[in-house]
Each structure stands twice: as C-alpha cells, then as structure tokens.
Design a protein around this ligand. Structure first.
Ligand SMILES: [Zn+2]
Length: 420
C-alpha cells in the first residue's frame, strides 16, 4: 500500500515538471492494443481505426496538417485470412495462434493429406534421403520439417524448403510461432506448428485454410508544429502504427511493443512540444505499412508533404516498451557527431544503460530517409521481453520500465541539435 502511495506522489510531480506523461503513454498503448483496433492491420478496418485515433490525438494537441488532411493515402496488396484456418492432426483439432499458424503468405488449401516426417537424418543420410524421395507421394503429402538447424546438406534442405518436389504443403515445427505480413501469396501452402503436437508417428493432417490477396487502401498520418524562429527547418519524429492485424476471426496481434509503444512516445512528444514551442518546426509522422515492408515510409520519401531537404534530423522510434537492458541507436556510426550529442545527453541525465551504437540497418522506417542522405537515428529499447510478432505482445505484458528516461533522452538530444 505504501508503495502505491509513493508511486502516485512521484508521478504527480514528474508529469508537470519534466514534460513526459507516462500515464498518457500507457493509455495510448492500452487503447491501440485493444480488440477494437484488430491488430492495426488488414481485417475489420484495423489500421484505419488506428489512423483515426492518431489523427484525433494530433488534433487535440493542436497540431496542424500539411494541406487539408492529416492523412496521406496510398495502397498495397496484402494476403488475408478472412475465416479461421483449421487443422486436425489424426483427428485432434489444434488451436489457431497458440498451437499453429499459417505462414503469412500461405495460399488456400483444403483436404486430408499424409504426413511425412523430415528431420536432419532424412536429409543428411543418403540412404534415408533416397527412400524419402522415392517413397513419398508428394502431391498427397504434407512435409513436416523438424529441427533442421544442424543439417549439413544445405542444398537438399533448400530444395525441400522451396518445395521442389511439389508436396501439397509444408509444415515446420518451431519453438515459437512468429507471424508477419505478406503482400502476395507463396507458391504453396505452409504452416508453423509448436513441438509436442506432432511426431514421427502422426499419420494424417486435415486442413482447411482460405486466404486471398486484397488491395488495401491505407494512410500515413502526418502533422506538424510550426517553429517560432526557423519554421523552414524541420526535425522529424516517426513511428509506425500498423502491426500484423488478424488471422481469421479470432486471433489478433496487439503489437504492444511493436509498435504501440513508439506511437505512444510520438504522441507524447507531440503534446509536449505543442506546449513547449520549438525554434524550428517539428513534424510527426505515424507510418502505416511498415510490417509489409516499410511501405508507408517509402511512399512518403517518394511523395513528401514538405521538402525532404528541410529535414535537419529524423528520429524513428520502434519497440519503445522496455529499456532495462538499454537503448540502441541505429546509424550511430554513420553520424558520430550526433551520436556524441546523444551520449552527452544520456550521461548528463543518467537515463539509459548501455547506450549501444549500430551502423546502417534496413530494419525500420528511417531506412529510406537514411538512403537519401537525411541524417537520422532509429531508436529501440532493449529489455527482458520475450514477445515479438506473436499474440502475446499485449499491453498488459509490456513493462515500459524506462519509458520516461527514453522520452527525456530524446527531448534533451533534440535540444542539442543546432539548426544553422
Ligand atoms: Zn515494428
């Protein structure tokens, strides 16, 4: 009880004095991860609902759109599963999302097939491999790939993985189910399954999976605060708000760390700077399409809403929900002078440890800006958080233990950036 009182007192003083608002950030994460937003993807209007929410937050904070709309619209194709994929192993029904999941690019398949076990011995032992190729009725079979990390015959493994033998489908046993977004369908159906649900003795799989490629209209959400002294120079904050959406009608991916956490910080920074007016202009961009291949940020660099030449620095935030194991700055070694400023700010505030530096990486929305020569960092926090691209990346699991420190580090770093 005393602990609780202390917490309340501390946060009461922290909010007005230092600017960041962890209570608001938590609320943003909780909201964006709720079932209404359907994993901010491609079924049930998920990403549009999230875009409307972000737009409302920008409006409420007093940010302005470039032109007449906060939305920059564009589109892409995406493979979706409108109904629940269903599989039975020897009559036993498996649970979607916890026992198995179709690969994001899985194509439609229905029927009953023989299970054929493939492990490292099947591939590395020439006699067993010959028997596997000769005996398998590939068109009537689902291959079960188990524990193939130690296979030495990599060429044969690649042949099987790319389904050269034209099996009906491929199922890989994985310790952790991990989903993604596919903009088109694979050439053959494939699934991931957890260990212990299938064995060498399993005989049959009954499968019913329906998927289709939809054309999806989406939008980046963009707003700005005009600078008091140098309005034609911009510092830009970015975070992607899309996640993986849903598979079927029942399983959704909340994407708490990836990247409701980054959106929370983006919106918190927006409301902070709305009341602490900067000398130069600040733009805030919530991108869609990141999980589908950095599509929103790519589109923005092709059709910018303000001159890219006016960007003095860009800060991309993705995976901001932890921090007990420090923070990483991608592009740190590309921009050592900026990294030096970051280190000074971090040391002065005693914010995050360690502060890691990385070189270039094509792993989030800073990438296409970076390739155009725009100075930028991509920040992500590190901690003891096991959930990534799975249904357990939920708001209630997200620690956000160094949220305030990360916010203050970014704020202090930004104040050190000199605008010529
Ligand atoms: Zn992400």
């Amino acid at each position: 009880m005393r602990k609780l009182i202390c917490l309340v007192v501390v946060s009461f003083f922290l909010v007005p004095v230092q600017g960041q608002n962890p209570v608001y950030a938590r609320k943003v994460v909780d909201t964006l991860c709720s079932p209404w937003f359907a994993g901010r993807g491609y079924l049930n209007g998920g990403d549009l609902k999230a875009a409307e929410y972000i737009k409302a937050q920008f409006t409420e904070a007093g940010l302005k759109p470039f032109g007449t709309s906060y939305f920059q619209q564009y589109g892409f194709t995406v493979n979706v599963f409108p109904t629940d994929p269903d599989i039975y192993i020897d009559g036993e029904r498996l649970n979607l999302g916890s026992d198995f999941i179709p690969e994001a690019g899985c194509r439609t398949i229905a029927g009953t097939f023989e299970l054929v076990w493939v492990d490292s011995e099947t591939i590395d032992d020439p006699r067993k491999y010959k028997k596997f190729v000769e005996d398998t009725r590939f068109r009537k079979s689902f291959l079960v790939l188990n524990n193939l990390n130690r296979v030495s015959e990599k060429n044969l493994l690649n042949k099987i993985r790319s389904n050269d033998f034209k099996a009906a489908g491929i199922m890989e046993v994985v310790t952790k189910l991990m989903w993604s977004v596919a903009t088109r369908q694979d050439m053959f159906p494939s699934l991931q399954i957890k260990p212990g649900l299938i064995s060498q003795r399993s005989k049959l799989i009954k499968v019913n999976i329906f998927s289709q490629v939809n054309t999806h209209q989406t939008q980046n959400v963009v707003a700005f605060i005009k600078g008091l002294e140098k309005p034609d120079s911009f510092i830009v904050f970015t975070a992607h708000y899309d996640h993986l959406g849903m598979v079927g009608k029942s399983v959704y991916f909340p994407g708490a760390n990836d990247n409701a956490s980054g959106v929370a910080m983006l919106l918190d920074l927006a409301s902070y700077y709305a009341t602490h007016k900067p000398k130069y202009s600040l733009a805030f961009i919530a991108f869609s399409g990141e999980e589908a291949g950095l599509l929103g940020s790519y589109y923005f660099t092709q059709y910018p809403l303000f001159s890219l030449k006016s960007i003095r620095f860009l800060i991309n935030m993705d995976l901001m929900g932890t921090g007990s194991k420090g923070i990483t700055a991608v592009n740190a070694t590309v921009y050592p002078d900026f990294f030096n400023k970051l280190e000074i700010a971090n040391t002065a505030g005693n914010y995050l440890s360690p502060l890691n530096q990385r070189g270039k990486a094509q792993n989030s929305d800073h990438y296409f800006f970076s390739e155009m020569g725009i100075p930028c960092f991509f920040f992500y926090l590190m901690g003891e958080y096991a959930y990534y691209h799975d249904p357990d990346d939920r708001a209630e699991n997200l620690p956000m233990e160094k949220y305030s420190e990360a916010f203050l580090l970014i704020r202090d770093f930004v104040s050190e950036i000199e605008i010529p």
